[in-house]
Design a protein. Structure first.
Ligand SMILES: [Zn+2]
Length: 164
């Protein structure tokens, strides 16, 4: 990335040497030739300075993007640090707000699958007569947070049409 630097130093040194040699020259043709060399060196130097400026702009842009990314990651880490892994008695996992940070927020659970991918997805509760589940609106994962109740057995009686 910094190849321009060696070139710029060489061009600047050559320009300095040519300028010094011009002081001692008396021959007009020789002076024109050295002035041409000097001009060429100054143009090279200008080109290298433009390259340096472009690289500097790219670096400033890259630093700005990295700073934004760092701030975003820090914000994410701060939020993630507010939650802890929780296991229901069914064995299913989710993330929940640490009790000391609960304050007046309603109890809620975050999908563990999404959380570990950096997505905070609040799970939605569904409770029926025989099941109690939490579903993730993001990845559609459904977990039982209470053991399922056994359904009552329904007897099916088959009758022959002839019985009627
Ligand atoms: Zn999910």
């Amino acid at each position: 990335m910094f190849e321009w630097f060696a070139g710029a130093v060489a061009s600047a040194n050559a320009a300095k040497d040519i300028s010094q040699s011009l002081m001692t020259l008396r021959d007009g043709e020789m002076i024109r030739s050295r002035v041409f060399d000097l001009t060429q060196n100054l143009m090279d130097l200008q080109q290298q300075l433009m390259t340096a400026q472009m690289e500097q702009m790219q670096l400033v842009d890259k630093i700005s993007k990295l700073e934004q990314q760092n701030a975003q990651l820090q914000k994410q880490a701060d939020l993630d640090g507010r939650y802890e892994l929780h296991q229901f008695e069914t064995g299913a996992f989710c993330y929940r707000l640490k009790p000391e940070l609960q304050n007046d927020q309603p109890e809620h659970f975050l999908c563990s699958k999404c959380f570990e991918r950096g997505i905070r997805s609040t799970m939605h509760q569904s409770k029926g007569s025989y099941h109690a589940t939490l579903g993730c609106p993001e990845c559609k994962q459904v977990i039982d947070y209470e053991p399922r109740k056994p359904r009552p057995r329904i007897r099916t009686v088959s009758r022959r049409i002839a019985d009627y």
